[in-house]
Design a protein around this ligand. Structure first.
Ligand code: GLU
Length: 556
């Protein structure tokens, strides 16, 4: 068959050649060892923790050696497109302090944006130039098979228990004559363009995955679709052309693509392209309480896979980044502990330290990281972080919480242990923080606990009398120790030991000890059994609020 004639028949309007594009997108001039990486999402507007995990690896690989990290939008599937998805992707990554250097979302004419367009829908001419060349070389051909015909072949193969798909003798359009193709096209029959695979079923490819190491897989033998009926390419074909022309050097992508490597290997080969390095990331796994084993995080079952989950509850993006780095590189944690003051971007990130099997997502670990990292912030940084979160997620309460800046700063200093010998580590994420300190702003918060006072060993009447005595002897000008001495006096008066040593010797002689008195006052004031220093709490909230809350405990 005259392949040149066939190519002209199929692609009469293609004007540019592959050579034209090769010249238009020259190899990038970059420092040695610099890598070009990319994130290539479909514009569904949904990114989950797994995507962020891969994106952070890509970004670190590019940026640690002055390479390039760009954003390409794989929008060949119309059905999955969502408006505003590109902005969402950029903003979500920006929230986690991950920035692109070029690509979708950047000014098209900008000096550093020369490898575009970065939307696959806008690159259809480019793909056609390359497919046309493959047709000319006899490496691609049109296929007119209908869905029903393909289904029949599949059933036949199933019945014979052999590999299903369009390959070898089952690839019925492979050897169609020019005249037949011509007649089909004139008759208006729809067609796709398929690869004429050169693979052989008894051969293997060997390639080095930069995360998983050497991998052997059977050669591709399928005549896969390169262009769909509407002329738009499939993922496999588009990604090969794009990563080549955008001069990507390293592709870090989800592990689900590993099985497609033989196809990509063949595509790069027949197109005459050098393959980028590939690294297939491990799945994020979680401990499954039902089975006691590990399982993949699932979109359906695990809300913690969605990034919204972390934003809604106000996880600090820096903590998330530290956590992801901990998951990504096994030596990060040790490095971070050793150099706590170094910028985490200075960590010598390396692909060989990436987890090969599943990376275990562990909420307790994340919370520990949050506690540690947040305890390193100043009260002002914490204030700004909480304020920003509250404006977006709790706009109604925000005005109340932030009405008095000094009060909020005082609460943060107290809860973070600023000025103390050791920082406290009570804070995990914004919503949890506001739950901890809610009693400062909301009279109702803690009322349940107040109501419970006097239900256990100490009866209600005694509790009320203790609280009345507390209010009667209270002086807002007392310092911490004068205030505590008054608690001791109350203890003595009600038959509680004011001296702990004496109490420990003969506990049966007392109704309890001074810490029981402190607990009653603490619960009355805060609605909580555990808080930082109560005297300081009382002095941040002021006498009026304190009295109001204690009165509410007496008047149940
Ligand atoms: N569009 C593909 C995806 O979202 C990209 C895979 C790749 O990075 O090559 O999964």
């Amino acid at each position: 068959m005259d392949n040149k004639k066939l190519a002209d028949l199929l692609f009469p309007d293609v004007v540019n050649t592959p050579e034209y594009y090769e010249e238009k997108y020259p190899y990038r001039k970059l420092p040695s060892k610099a890598q070009v990486t990319r994130m290539a999402p479909s514009p569904t507007g949904f990114i989950h923790l797994g995507n962020l995990y891969s994106a952070l690896a890509d970004e670190r690989i590019a940026h640690k050696k002055n390479g390039v990290f760009y954003l390409r939008i794989e929008d060949t599937d119309e059905k999955r497109k969502v408006d505003g998805a590109v902005e969402t992707i950029i903003n979500v990554l920006r929230y986690f302090n991950i920035e692109f250097d070029e690509g979708a979302g950047f000014d098209e004419n900008a000096e550093n944006n020369k490898y575009g367009p970065y939307f696959q829908q806008q690159r259809v001419d480019i793909y056609h130039a390359y497919v046309k060349r493959l047709v000319e070389k006899g490496l691609a051909y049109p296929c007119f098979c209908t869905e029903e015909e393909l289904e029949k072949v599949r059933q036949k193969q199933d019945a014979k228990k052999i590999l299903t798909g369009y390959y070898g003798e089952y690839a019925t359009c492979r050897n169609m004559s020019y005249e037949e193709v011509f007649a089909n096209i004139k008759a208006g029959k729809e067609y796709v363009i398929r690869l004429r695979s050169q693979g052989s079923p008894d051969k293997e490819i060997t390639f080095k995955d930069c995360i998983k190491g050497e991998i052997k897989l059977p050669e591709n033998i399928h005549d896969i679709v390169l262009l769909k009926k509407d002329g738009v390419p499939t993922y496999h074909f588009a990604h090969a052309i794009d990563d080549h022309l955008m001069r990507t050097t390293m592709v870090i992508r989800g592990g689900e693509w590993l099985a497609s490597v033989p196809i990509h290997y063949e595509l790069f080969n027949i197109l005459g392209f050098k393959m980028p390095e590939y690294g297939h990331t491990a799945h994020l796994m979680k401990f499954d309480e039902e089975t006691g084993g590990k399982r993949k995080l699932s979109k359906r079952k695990d809300p913690e896979l969605s990034l919204d989950y972390y934003r809604k509850d106000g996880y600090h993006p820096y903590c998330m980044k530290v956590y992801l780095l901990t998951l990504l590189n096994s030596n990060f944690e040790e490095w971070h502990e050793k150099f706590p003051d170094k910028d985490i971007n200075d960590f010598p990130f390396s692909v060989d330290k990436m987890s090969q099997s599943g990376a275990l997502f562990d909420k307790d670990k994340l919370h520990n990281i949050c506690k540690n990292e947040l305890s390193c912030l100043s009260e002002y940084e914490m204030y700004n972080f909480l304020h920003e979160w509250a404006v977006e997620h709790e706009p109604e309460k925000c005005d109340i919480w932030f009405a008095d800046k000094e009060k909020m700063l005082g609460i943060l200093r107290l809860y973070m242990g600023i000025g103390m010998k050791r920082r406290r580590k009570d804070f995990i994420y914004a919503r949890q923080i506001f739950e901890l300190i809610a009693y400062f702003f909301d009279m109702e918060d803690g009322q349940k606990e107040r109501d419970k006072l006097g239900n256990q060993t100490i009866d209600k009447k005694t509790v009320h009398n203790i609280l009345k005595e507390y209010l009667a002897t209270y002086n807002h000008d007392d310092d911490n120790s004068a205030w505590f001495n008054k608690l001791k006096a109350i203890a003595d008066k009600f038959g509680f030991a004011s001296d702990m040593k004496a109490y420990k010797k003969e506990p049966e002689k007392y109704n309890g000890n001074v810490s029981d008195i402190a607990e009653i006052v603490r619960i009355a004031v805060t609605g909580r059994a555990n808080t930082p220093d109560l005297w300081q709490i009382v002095h941040i909230m002021g006498q009026e609020q304190m009295t109001e809350r204690i009165t509410a405990a007496i008047e149940v």
